[in-house]
Design a protein around this ligand. Structure first.
Ligand SMILES: *Cc1c(COP(=O)(O)O)cnc(C)c1O
Length: 219
């Protein structure tokens, strides 16, 4: 199927309050243009350099989402360019984002990435660190937490569902706590292979790359 057909197919499956992020890492702007043409305005990248390059080359009315691990020394490059950082994964990073965005009088919208599968190979906050980072976020003036994000371990459908459900439980619990300066509205979970299950378990933001653009080939 073409990029257009893939996008249309996925959009048909989404309820009104669910946002589709087209994950365009490794893709050319010509490929992205095909998704743009039929209405996609949210694009996800996992590398700062690629996001910044495409920001310069592509339409100005799109929202850029940073999905991958963000190194503190690269925060300065995305101020004013990124719409939502999905990968807040440490207090050190939080402090750097606060500092750099404040210096330019900009607001950073972020999601806290949870390492829900407790995998050493992945970044993200462990559940026992969540309370501490939430408290720090409450004190920020230029960082605004909008919700949570996760990348789950590879596994069976049942295992996937278990992690998504656990994420939704945490999301609902945090929502109920009414932290100041924090709005728990976005639950970013689900990728090409598992977004249908994620939607059933309460996701309202899915990040789809290969399901739109076809298989990635890393050189
Ligand atoms: C690459 C990536 C995706 C998209 O993965 P696909 O399998 O291509 O849908 C989603 N989220 C993150 C954080 C990614 O790095």
């Amino acid at each position: 199927m073409s990029i257009e057909e893939n996008v249309q197919q996925i959009l048909k499956e989404l309820k009104e309050d669910v946002k589709l992020i087209a994950v365009s890492k490794t893709r050319t702007v010509e490929e992205m243009e095909q998704a743009y043409k039929i209405g996609i305005r949210d694009f996800g990248e996992n590398k700062v350099q690629e996001l910044v390059d495409k920001y310069d080359k592509f339409h100005k009315d799109v929202h850029w989402h940073l999905l991958g691990h963000l190194q503190t020394n690269k925060v300065k490059y995305i101020v004013g360019k990124v719409h939502l950082i999905h990968s807040l994964d440490s207090i050190k990073l939080l402090e750097e984002i606060e500092k750099r965005f404040k210096a330019k009088d900009a607001i950073a919208n972020v999601l806290i990435q949870i390492n829900i599968g407790k995998e050493e190979s992945k970044t993200g906050i462990y559940l026992n660190e969540l309370e501490e980072i939430m408290n720090k976020c409450e004190q920020c003036t230029n960082v605004k937490v909008k919700g949570l994000m996760c990348i789950i371990p590879k596994g069976t459908e049942e295992e996937n569902r278990k992690y998504f459900r656990e994420m939704n439980d945490i999301f609902q619990e945090l929502k109920g706590k009414n932290y100041k300066n924090i709005s728990m509205n976005i639950l970013s979970m689900g990728m090409s292979g598992d977004y249908k299950i994620a939607l059933e378990e309460g996701s309202n933001m899915i990040r789809v790359g290969q399901g739109i653009f076809g298989p990635r080939n890393y050189k």
